[in-house]
Write a protein that binds this ligand. Structure first.
Ligand code: PMT
Length: 401
């Protein structure tokens, strides 16, 4: 598996040689790209010798292409050949460029061109790190799903204590290992996942919702991206942080979820609908807070659009995976849903069981397939369950070819 290590110009750049060796010990093939300023702190020769690859330093270096072969555009070729892009150390300057799409050198152009997970480990002076502009840039990059490994507190090169030291090399290597599952069996796929509850507003302060925490859907997103899929997560309101390296859309209501799912549907090859979408919403939203009174009041509800059914009618070659949370007639109801919604797989939760389903860290499910197979997956963590569900998708995909 190939890692592109981007090195930028800060004193911590000298640590990139050791970082490279640690990644190689984990069997990663490391290609290095350095900014101009990084070369003032560590030579490209050092990193070329260690990596056994030419170090990329210049956007416009002419390659010695053999006669008869086209000269290609290097940042696009490199972007297409790596499995993960790690920038360590990252300066405040490069964070600013990444956050604002400025592509004026090799590294910043590459950032816009890569389609793989990106991990950034910043290192800088404590005041620079705390500056609102830098923090804004960090938030912006995080919201795009980029994994930012925060710097550590400690003694900084300029002789003061504070937050700004490059995170430990062990922490950075662990993040790389977590971000690259050797299976990569979803490379080339785009998986759209929904998670969490929806909230259907009654008035500015009251709403209807359910007990979904989003944990199942978020763990599916983590597993999907680490197995190589481009991952899009559309989530209702939860207390969870968006997973790293996942394109994230936050929505509130069933209508908003429908809109975001439909917007991202055409570029997806697989859809996994783990969200607990409200089946009903108030007939009307009352724009002012409804006053307390001693009289009885009726809340009139109307059905929300069934997003999964709508997609089932136009799914083409895509793999469509639904979830079902049932309390009675579990398998009969589930089989009916699988048929009626035109699904390829249905993941069934019997939510009467303790310690699984809504808001717990574990799940136990029955997986139903379109061709009538049913198998139980016993209780395990939602992260492990996510891999089981992805394995069932792989099995289904293998049957198709
Ligand atoms: O979020 P957690 O706390 O981790 O809990 C996980 C979970 C229990 C919520 C999850 O695993 C689960 O079972 N999600 C689906 C719950 C549900 O809404 O089931 P349902 O039987 O009502 O819906 C069936 C399917 O249709 C679901 O895939 C749902 O996303 C979809 N649906 C439902 C209604 C609607 N209006 N539009 C839909 O697309």
């Amino acid at each position: 598996m190939r890692i592109l290590l981007g090195v930028t110009g800060g004193i911590a750049a000298y640590k990139s040689a050791e970082l490279l060796r640690l990644l190689q010990k984990r069997d990663y093939d490391v290609v290095v790209a350095m900014t101009k300023n990084a070369q003032r702190f560590i030579t490209s020769l050092t990193l070329a010798t260690l990596s056994r690859h030419r170090v990329i330093t210049d956007m416009y270096a002419e390659e010695e292409a053999p006669l008869g072969r086209d000269i290609d555009i290097e940042h696009l070729r490199v972007a297409a050949s790596v499995d993960l892009f790690l920038v360590a150390p990252a300066t405040a300057n490069v964070l600013g460029k990444f956050a604002h799409g400025i592509a004026d050198d090799f590294l910043s152009s590459l950032f816009l061109a890569v389609q793989v997970p990106v991990i950034i480990a910043p290192a800088m002076n404590v005041h620079m790190w705390n500056h609102p502009t830098v923090q804004d840039n960090i938030r912006k990059l995080r919201s795009q799903g980029i994994n930012i490994i925060e710097p550590e507190e400690g003694y900084l090169a300029e002789g003061v204590m504070g937050k700004g030291r490059l995170a430990s090399l062990e922490t950075i290597v662990n993040a790389v290992v977590k971000g690259t599952d050797p299976r990569q069996d979803f490379k080339g796929e785009t998986i759209l996942i929904t998670a969490g509850p929806t909230c259907e507003d009654i008035d500015p302060v009251r709403y209807i919702t359910n007990r979904s925490s989003g944990k199942m859907g978020y763990q599916l997103a983590v597993a999907s991206q680490s197995r190589g899929a481009r991952t899009i997560l559309v989530s209702g309101p939860t207390h969870l942080l968006p997973p790293a390296n996942v394109e994230f859309f936050s929505v509130r209501s069933a209508m908003e979820m429908r809109e975001k799912v439909l917007q991202n549907w055409s570029r997806s090859t697989i859809l996994v609908k783990a969200a607990a979408v409200a089946d009903f919403k108030p007939r009307e939203f009352v724009s002012q807070k409804i006053k307390k009174s001693s009289e009885e009041r009726c809340l009139e509800l109307v059905p929300t659009p069934d997003i999964l059914s709508e997609l089932g009618k136009q799914k083409g070659d895509r793999i469509l995976v639904g979830f079902a949370a049932e309390t009675e007639g579990v398998l009969e109801n589930a089989r009916k849903k699988l048929r009626e919604k035109n699904l390829d797989l249905l993941i069934v939760n019997d939510i009467t069981q303790e310690g699984i389903g809504f808001d717990s860290d574990a799940n136990a499910v029955t997986i139903l397939t379109r061709d009538g197979k049913e198998f139980n997956v016993p209780k395990k963590s939602k992260r492990e369950m996510a891999d089981e569900i992805l394995d069932s998708i792989v099995a289904l995909r293998n049957q198709r070819v």
